[in-house]
Design a binder for this molecule. Structure first.
Ligand SMILES: [Zn+2]
Ligand SMILES: [Zn+2]
Length: 71
């Protein structure tokens, strides 16, 4: 783990997202532009203005994938 910067909640006026590993609990920050493009598609296809300012996405991190495949 690097600095503890991401373990504290940032103020909500700054959009940010989290990638959280289900296996080891590692947390990474995700550039908000990833979700912006999704919000644009949602608005276009559904006319719904999604508020993509704070998201947590769960999955498996690179290290855990490597551990699983090298068994
Ligand atoms: Zn957060
Ligand atoms: Zn992991």
């Amino acid at each position: 783990m690097g600095s503890g910067e991401y373990s504290y909640e940032w103020r909500l006026e700054e959009p940010h997202h989290h990638l959280i590993c289900r296996q080891c609990g590692a947390e990474f920050s995700l550039d908000p532009t990833y979700l912006e493009s999704m919000a644009k598609r949602v608005l276009k296809d559904h006319g719904f203005r999604a508020e993509m300012d704070h998201f947590a996405i769960f999955g498996v991190c690179q290290d855990c994938q490597r551990t699983a495949s090298s068994e």
